[in-house]
Design a binder for this molecule. Structure first.
Ligand code: NAP
Length: 277
């Protein structure tokens, strides 16, 4: 049995992860903006499920969530940095307020939470930080300049932190989903003001998202099961792609990046000092 802190446990991946973790016998701290949204889980799993009022945009909440988890359960084995939301807007359509809130939610807030759990995991010489990234961090779409940028920043942060923490017994995994059937495209998606010149790019992608809402190929319950299986893995992956869509897009991106690197290798490699210089 592990003690797991999950952010954004109200709906979607977070709720599926919380439900699956509780079914498997783990203790779960449910960090949510509105504790009422998980009252059913707390009632269903007395002593095992515990709600914490938590908002990623409030800097003090990270330390508080860790403190409350330790007070309730006495330890913290796994952080699932799940909460987040998308912003559909061309770069120049986003406002400062939208940019700040999205970065705070998708990058700075999760960063603070990782920083808050590390001392606990260092003292235990064990722990696992699992972060919900997005395929947009690796192969982005028009309209996700802010969202994909925030997720890519978190990816690079986890890449560094995982190398810092590995000798201390702490594992990191970034989970990379394509479209999954959650509230992500519906109630959670923020929108920028529309500039007609972006209809053919951002507007088209927005139309694709709207049409996909409710029909996304990814099943959050199956994702939760695959993600929680990682807790038993001797060597969990640093990145886990989930869903067929993410696999296809990621493979295409890798192939096109490799082809471009090779096509321009001579030019790019010519920039080192000559040997012995
Ligand atoms: N579904 C997909 O297709 C997809 C694809 C790639 C990546 N992801 C990532 O998966 C993660 C979970 O999203 P989801 O798909 O499960 O969508 P969701 O059903 O909309 O869930 C989003 C969760 O994040 C919480 N949240 C949003 N802002 C918050 C804040 N400031 N502080 C604390 N919690 C906050 C929401 O809480 P409230 O209930 O209070 O709003 C909700 O619990 C996100 O990081 C998302 O970027 C999803």
């Amino acid at each position: 049995m592990k003690t797991i802190l999950i952010t954004g446990a109200s709906t979607g991946f977070g709720r599926a992860l919380a439900t699956e973790a509780l079914n498997r016998g783990h203790q779960v701290a449910l960090a949510v903006r509105n504790p009422e949204s998980v009252a059913d889980l707390v009632a269903q799993y007395p002593g095992k499920a515990f709600a914490i009022e938590f908002d990623l945009t409030k800097p003090a909440d990270a330390e508080l969530a860790v403190k409350e988890t330790l007070e309730q359960f006495g330890r913290l084995d796994v952080l699932i940095n799940n909460a987040g939301y998308g912003l559909l807007a061309a770069l120049e359509e986003s406002t400062d307020e939208q940019l700040a809130r999205n970065l705070e939610t998708n990058f700075t807030g999760p960063f603070r939470l990782i920083r808050a759990v590390l001392p606990v995991m260092r003292a235990q010489h064990s722990g696992h930080v699992i972060t919900m990234s997005a395929i947009a961090a690796y192969a982005n779409h028009p309209g996700f300049a802010v969202y994909g940028g925030a997720k890519a920043a978190l990816d690079a942060t986890c890449d560094a932190a995982s190398q810092e923490a590995a000798p201390l017994g702490i594992k990191f995994t970034q989970v990379i989903p394509g479209p999954f059937r959650t509230d992500f495209i519906g109630r959670s998606l923020d929108h920028g003001a529309r500039i007609p010149d972006y209809e053919g790019t951002v507007g088209k992608f927005g139309g694709f998202l709207s049409k996909m809402d409710g029909k996304q190929p990814g099943d959050p319950a199956k994702a939760a099961s695959a993600i929680l299986d990682l807790l038993d893995a001797e060597k969990p992956p640093s990145r886990l792609l989930i869903g067929g869509y993410a696999h296809t897009i990621f493979a295409k991106k890798l192939a096109s990046m490799e082809a471009e690197m090779n096509a321009w290798k001579e030019k790019g490699q010519s920039t080192d000092f000559s040997a012995g210089a």
